[in-house]
Design a protein around this ligand. Structure first.
Ligand code: FES
Length: 371
């Protein structure tokens, strides 16, 4: 049985390159380099990215998923990485056009690599002290800081977790991290949005690793704080959550949930309203990641739509013992929920006070009827 396959006339092939074809059981990427048609395996050695969609610079094609490179002539990696190679297929130009042999002239050669540090997940021993990760999403100039109401309450919650609940705590401020925006790799292919994130793998300078490691490897509980900006969470929050798509996407493409038995709760503050809208958006996203919520999973403060005098908002939050107490109680509910999960008794977590809202502290006025 012949292993040679007709790709088309030379003008037809030139017009199509680069492209991939499947012949026999081989996926072959076809390129035009230095006037000659070249064929190598289409599947990248790393995670199977399609090389025919990569950028070609000189002799090398760069995988579109995480930037590994291969020579379109030899199938080998660039200098220093030559041992890594994809198959090479013979190409012949005949009178009737271009032919490729689906029996490779050189095979794939995979090098064993150390696993990426983010893929190493060490199970937490039962009964270990809770680890509470705070994520602050408010934007601020470090050299000219201002008072942040959401940071203030987050620090109160973390302080309580540390001093009263025996928790280890860690605080990540997104404003301190240099990290790139998500590039929506899933729209190239569902499997192109990988764990670890393609940007993290490609760019060692990208600092969102602190969030990935904190969420997936370190924490039991995450407390996230955000201001309300134009009715939604902060811009840094969205910049981060788009990059967290790679955690959620593992469920979609591999049925693998990286977040198990972890609890999330939220602190939302703003001079103007839309607390419920922001809370709903946060809860939807963090539920999709696999987090579980305690009873009453957020606290919030806002003075309403017409409260344009933000400095009053700041003064109120700063002076409010009730809000500081509410932040502490939020930490308690979240840690209690996690302890229930850790001990396998989450169904028995005792109902807790809902805190942080004036209405709850008011008793029903005499004579108030039900609606
Ligand atoms: S799949 Fe090709 S570089 Fe990761």
């Amino acid at each position: 049985m012949t292993t040679w396959h007709h790709l088309g006339t030379r003008p037809e092939v030139e017009a199509r390159t680069p492209f991939a074809i499947k012949v026999e059981r081989q996926q072959i990427a076809v390129f035009l380099h230095d006037g000659r048609v070249r064929a190598i395996g289409n599947r990248c050695n790393h995670k199977g990215g399609p090389l025919c969609e990569g950028q070609v610079r000189g002799e090398y094609v760069m995988c579109p998923w995480h930037a590994w490179e291969y020579s379109v002539v030899t199938g080998k990696g660039p200098p220093g990485y030559e041992e890594e190679s994809v198959p090479v297929f013979a190409v012949e130009e005949r009178a009737d056009g271009i032919w490729v042999d689906s029996d490779p002239v050189s095979p794939r050669h995979l090098i064993r690599h150390e696993p990426h540090p983010l893929t190493v997940i060490i199970p937490r021993p039962a009964g270990a002290p809770p680890r509470v990760l705070g994520i602050s999403t408010t934007a601020m100039d470090a050299t000219n800081p201002r008072f942040s109401t959401s940071d203030h309450l987050l620090e109160a919650a973390l302080g309580h977790a540390r001093t009263k609940l025996g928790a280890e705590t860690r605080l990540v401020r997104l404003r301190d991290l240099q990290f790139r925006a998500c590039e929506g790799n899933y729209s190239k292919a569902a499997h192109a949005c990988t764990w670890p994130c393609a940007i993290t793998e490609r760019d060692p300078e990208d600092q969102l690793t602190a969030v990935y490691a904190g969420l997936v490897q370190w924490c039991d509980v995450v407390l996230l704080s955000t201001p309300i900006r134009w009715g939604v969470a902060s811009s840094l929050y969205f910049r981060m959550t788009e990059r967290l798509n790679c955690i959620q996407n593992q469920v979609t493409i591999h049925n693998r949930c990286l977040i198990n038995g972890k609890v999330a709760a939220f602190i939302i503050t703003g001079g103007q309203d839309n607390v419920q809208g922001v809370a709903g958006q946060l809860m939807t996203f963090w539920a999709e990641l696999g987090f579980i919520f305690p009873q009453f999973p957020f606290i919030a403060h806002s003075r309403g739509w017409d409260a344009e005098d933000m400095e009053v908002n700041v003064r109120q939050v700063r002076a409010s013992e009730a809000l500081g107490q509410a932040a502490a109680e939020l930490a308690e509910r979240a840690v209690s929920q996690w302890r229930g999960l850790d001990q396998g008794t989450s169904g028995a977590v005792k109902p807790m006070e809902r805190s942080g809202r004036k209405a709850q502290r008011l008793s029903n006025p005499p004579g108030a009827g039900s609606e």
